[in-house]
Design a protein around this ligand. Structure first.
Ligand code: SF4
Ligand code: SF4
Length: 351
């Protein structure tokens, strides 16, 4: 488990144990859930549709053997069922807010019963954007439930009636890989549920999602030109674990993610001009598009690098990048090259 996340989780569980620190525990838990949810947001905002039904670790033992879409569905179906059928005693968000239709999910269960290719097939059917909104709505509703809990509620146990209600809801499959969940949840008190479906379960599946997206980015990068269209080097970029590079569908550079159609303006422009990169363009010096907007800290460095590529070629450029990154860390290289592009070009030529 991620060390920082494990420590935060441990601290929350310790604070949860005492009445005097209970409110602080809930506050920290909702903040921590917000931090974890941000990872899901970045994944949903960053990757193409196909990323959500790939199984780059198919057959492996562990949560990373699933898909990104399945992981989101599974985390929030479990939370929705537990939070509303068991704790709040009201209607699940899936049904209350029409998310079954919106997500186009063929199932209402947690998905535990799905195996191998069935997981990919199920994931392909989901509307990922709507799935994200479902996850967000479930998270927010649960946060509200958590914030209203009192310390004395933590010891509340569940009766056979709750168990029956869960069975009748048909939200847990009767398959042996799923049905055990009902006994598992009903064997816990509210504190136990907070410790698993509302926190640890998230951590485990989000970590698995990070492994899946790392692998997908790595696969996307295979064989792709590591020289970015704007003149950066994808091989030396600090976003390496998150971005497949701007010549792939896994481009999570902010210029792409926040642009119309998720296409970086430099990539779009080069495609329209039929150029390999901005280094081939005669408007490079004065260009203020995409990565070159003057407000961007990295604009001068990227521009200087484009001029360097134009003069010395990509091979020499990647060599100089490796030399610079051996001497300085990524941020420092950007700082050194970030002042003035002509000065930055001189620095590149001297190294
Ligand atoms: S953020 Fe830009 S430079 Fe970094 S890997 Fe992605 S496309 Fe390449
Ligand atoms: S105009 Fe700007 S973005 Fe377009 S190819 Fe030229 S340098 Fe790149």
């Amino acid at each position: 488990m991620d060390k920082g996340w494990a420590e935060k989780n441990k601290e929350i569980q310790t604070l949860l144990a005492k009445e005097s620190t209970f409110k602080e525990a809930i506050k920290k838990l909702t903040e921590f859930r917000g931090e974890l949810f941000q990872q899901i947001t970045w994944i949903v905002e960053g990757y193409p549709e196909e990323a959500f039904y790939q199984m780059p670790f198919a057959g492996a033992k562990g949560y990373h053997s699933k898909t990104l879409a399945y992981s989101i569905w599974h985390i929030f179906r479990i939370e929705d069922i537990v939070a509303h059928e068991m704790i709040a005693g009201d209607k699940q968000i899936l049904f209350r807010e029409g998310f079954l239709e919106k997500t186009v999910s063929p199932i209402i269960t947690t998905g535990n019963e799905l195996k191998g290719e069935e997981i990919a097939e199920f994931s392909k059917k989901l509307n990922v954007k709507k799935l994200y909104f479902y996850a967000k709505a479930v998270k927010e509703a649960t946060d509200q439930i958590l914030l209203q809990l009192q310390y004395k509620d933590l010891k509340k146990k569940f009766t056979n009636e709750t168990k029956q209600k869960l069975i009748e809801s048909k939200c847990v499959s009767e398959d042996e890989n799923a049905f055990w969940l009902i006994d598992y949840w009903c064997g816990k008190d509210i504190k136990g549920l907070i410790q698993m479906p509302f926190s640890r379960h998230w951590i485990m599946h989000i970590e698995a999602m990070l492994r899946i997206k790392d692998r997908l980015c790595k696969l996307a990068r295979k064989g792709a030109d590591p020289v970015a269209i704007c003149g950066l080097s994808c091989s030396h970029c600090f976003l390496g674990a998150w971005c497949g590079g701007c010549r792939t569908a896994y481009n999570t550079c902010s210029c792409a993610v926040y642009s119309e159609g998720r296409i970086c303006p430099n990539v779009k422009c080069c495609n329209e001009k039929n150029l390999d990169g901005c280094y081939e363009c005669n408007e490079l010096e004065t260009c203020e598009k995409g990565f070159y907007v003057p407000s961007n800290d990295g604009a001068n460095a990227a521009k200087a690098q484009s001029f360097y590529i134009r003069k010395y070629g990509k091979k020499e450029f990647l060599k100089i990048q490796t030399r610079l990154h051996e001497k300085f860390e990524f941020q420092k290289v950007q700082e050194i090259l970030g002042q003035d592009y002509k000065e930055a070009l001189r620095i590149l030529e001297e190294n």
